[in-house]
Design a protein around this ligand. Structure first.
Ligand code: CUA
Length: 296
């Protein structure tokens, strides 16, 4: 199969070409009529009249109907293709939109904001929302679909080449709508299998200061770190947060310094985000940030 975005682009080019031909035809006829029938070229005393041309009436009713029918059939074909077109998906991922981050579930393995997919494989997404209406869109890989609470919509992604593909929530969903970025890492099947296996493992627990601070504070009310007692479900799963390239669904690149700044005051970077500021001392922030970034 070809990437759904290519099918959409091909259809847009055909429809655009048809629209261009119609534009040239209509504008050409208009300019011709304006020049040919201007009053200085008509015999004096005879007003320009034009009535009861049955053939013309039929033509300008039938032609648009034919054009619309052709575009409709082309569109049905494209919809069938990007909806799957009889190709079985090689992978199914459940995606939930949250204010303002993404949850990706590969069976029992859950991660956030950064999804990985194998190249050359049809990936079907089951899209839903935990709160308000969001919209999933990674333009280079597929179409766009709204994500509605209580409903599951479906969208297919297909990547031909390995790389990083950027996406964005496309339905206004609150003050941080703009900071609901999607990062898709398309990679070889072997790399993807390695990534999924790593994501499936629980976090390496070492009982260090950072882990102790995390478990002793309100972090655990919202976040899960598999392998520890933290099992909150309101915020992103942090089991392997250090393996992700960004923080806060794209607000900051991820490293220890930014992780520390983010925890110290999330509202400075993402005003309105549901993550509160947790009162921690400087040494506690250092240890916590180092711990989280170590969760690869
Ligand atoms: Cu989520 Cu806009």
């Amino acid at each position: 199969m070809r990437p759904p975005a290519e099918a959409i682009s091909a259809l847009a080019l055909v429809v655009g070409a048809i629209a261009l031909l119609i534009f040239i035809g209509v504008e050409g006829a208009l300019i011709y009529a304006v020049l040919r029938y201007r009053s200085s070229r008509l015999p004096a005393g005879r007003p320009a009249r034009f009535e009861r041309n049955t053939r013309l009436e039929i033509a300008w009713t039938a032609l648009p109907a034919i054009v619309l029918a052709v575009v409709f059939v082309l569109m049905l074909g494209t919809m069938a293709e990007i909806g799957g077109g009889g190709v079985e998906p090689g992978l199914r991922v459940r995606v939930a939109g949250h204010q303002w981050w993404w949850e990706f579930s590969y069976g029992p393995v859950t991660t956030a904001n950064e999804m990985h997919i194998p190249i050359g494989t049809a990936v079907d997404l089951d899209l839903t929302s935990a709160d308000v209406i969001h919209s999933f869109w990674v333009p280079e890989l597929g179409g766009k679909s709204d994500m509605l609470p209580g409903t599951t919509n479906h969208l297919r992604l297909f990547a031909r080449r390995a790389g990083i593909y950027e996406g964005q929530c496309s339905e206004f969903c609150g003050v941080e709508h703009a900071w609901m970025r999607i990062r898709v890492v398309a990679e070889s099947q072997a790399d993807f299998d390695r990534w999924l296996a790593a994501q499936g493992r629980p976090a390496a627990t070492r009982g260090g200061d950072g882990e102790r601070i995390f478990l002793a504070n309100i972090c655990v009310n919202c976040h899960t770190i598999r392998g520890t007692a933290a099992a909150g479900a309101a915020g992103p799963d942090l089991t392997h947060v250090g393996a992700r390239a960004t923080l806060g669904a794209g607000v900051l690149p991820s490293d220890v310094a930014r992780m520390r700044a983010w925890i110290a005051d999330p509202q400075q970077y993402k005003p309105g985000a549901l993550m509160p500021r947790v009162p921690l001392s400087d040494p506690e922030l250092d240890a916590l940030a180092a711990y989280l970034v170590s969760l690869k």
